[in-house]
Design a protein around this ligand. Structure first.
Ligand SMILES: [Zn+2]
Length: 128
């Protein structure tokens, strides 16, 4: 059994910032939120209002890319594993797995497994 076998780096995840998702596992199971960030090479995702941890900081420190103006205890969203969230389909409102389809226009989209509607994303950046 090979341990610590190097995993191929993923360059993207199916979800992107702005997508509505539901958490399917862990302490925040059942919570819904919006994707804030994706971390493809760690296979992780940050969801708004989910997996909140408290960070004890001193004033003026830089933590997680945010300049902390005031010391104290700060809530922040920690990354959770990508496999613990599911996309919520805006058409049927249900958490869904997705499949990939190529439209006649040549665009590649995600498709809801329940209602077969393509999931249209308001993409902020193509790279994500
Ligand atoms: Zn659907």
């Amino acid at each position: 059994m090979l341990r610590n076998k190097p995993q191929p780096k993923r360059r993207w995840l199916d979800l992107a910032p702005g997508d509505p998702v539901i958490v399917t596992a862990g302490k925040d199971k059942g919570k819904q939120g919006e994707v804030l960030r994706t971390i493809p090479d760690q296979h992780k995702i940050v969801v708004k209002g989910v997996n909140l941890l408290k960070r004890h900081t001193k004033a003026g420190q830089r933590r997680g890319g945010v300049q902390v103006a005031q010391g104290g205890i700060v809530d922040f969203e920690a990354a959770l594993d990508y496999s613990n969230v599911m996309l919520v389909c805006p058409h049927c409102g249900r958490p869904t797995r997705t499949k990939h389809t190529v439209l006649e226009s040549g665009a590649r989209v995600l498709v809801c497994r329940h209602c077969d509607e393509p999931y249209e994303r308001v993409r902020k950046t193509e790279a994500q």
